[in-house]
Write a protein that binds this ligand. Structure first.
Ligand SMILES: [Zn+2]
Length: 147
């Protein structure tokens, strides 16, 4: 990733034309600046004693784990990719950096994908806040929400 890409990533939550939803924009801002209060950060400042993910209870709860690597989250992303393939006829395999920060090249197509990824990340984030170990139950609770 070069400086220009980094610049685009840091600016896109504000320049993004596909959403004006402040919750979505703020979430991407927090991801970009690594300021989501995951359990590893709370443990570092002695607010909690346990930094293990409360969903899978296997690994350290970091942004990367929370958004990409948790067992429950990987299942969710698989469903997301299956859904995307169904509606677009396009099978995508995105690197972690694109899942986390969004596509750098914002063509019309990528803007739609970018928004879908952002809504997906917001869903993962709210499931984490709810500390619901049954991610699927969280899926059911959130299905009626709109952004
Ligand atoms: Zn986990």
């Amino acid at each position: 990733m070069n400086d220009s890409d980094t610049h685009k990533i840091y600016n896109w939550p504000f320049l993004h034309v596909t959403t004006k939803n402040p919750k979505l924009i703020m979430l991407q801002f927090k991801i970009n600046h690594n300021i989501i209060y995951t359990k590893d950060k709370l443990k570092k400042v002695n607010l909690i004693s346990n930094d293990v993910c409360h969903l899978c209870e296997r690994e350290k709860h970091t942004i990367k784990h929370m958004m990409l690597k948790c067992t429950y989250v990987t299942l969710f992303w698989n469903e997301f990719f299956a859904w995307w393939a169904q509606i677009t006829n396009e099978k995508i395999h995105l690197p972690d950096s694109v899942l986390l920060y969004g596509p750098v090249n914002l063509s019309k197509h990528n803007q739609v994908l970018s928004l879908a990824l952002l809504v997906a990340k917001y869903f993962i984030y709210t499931c984490n806040l709810a500390e619901d170990p049954h991610f699927s139950r969280c899926l059911n609770h959130s299905s009626g929400k709109t952004f």
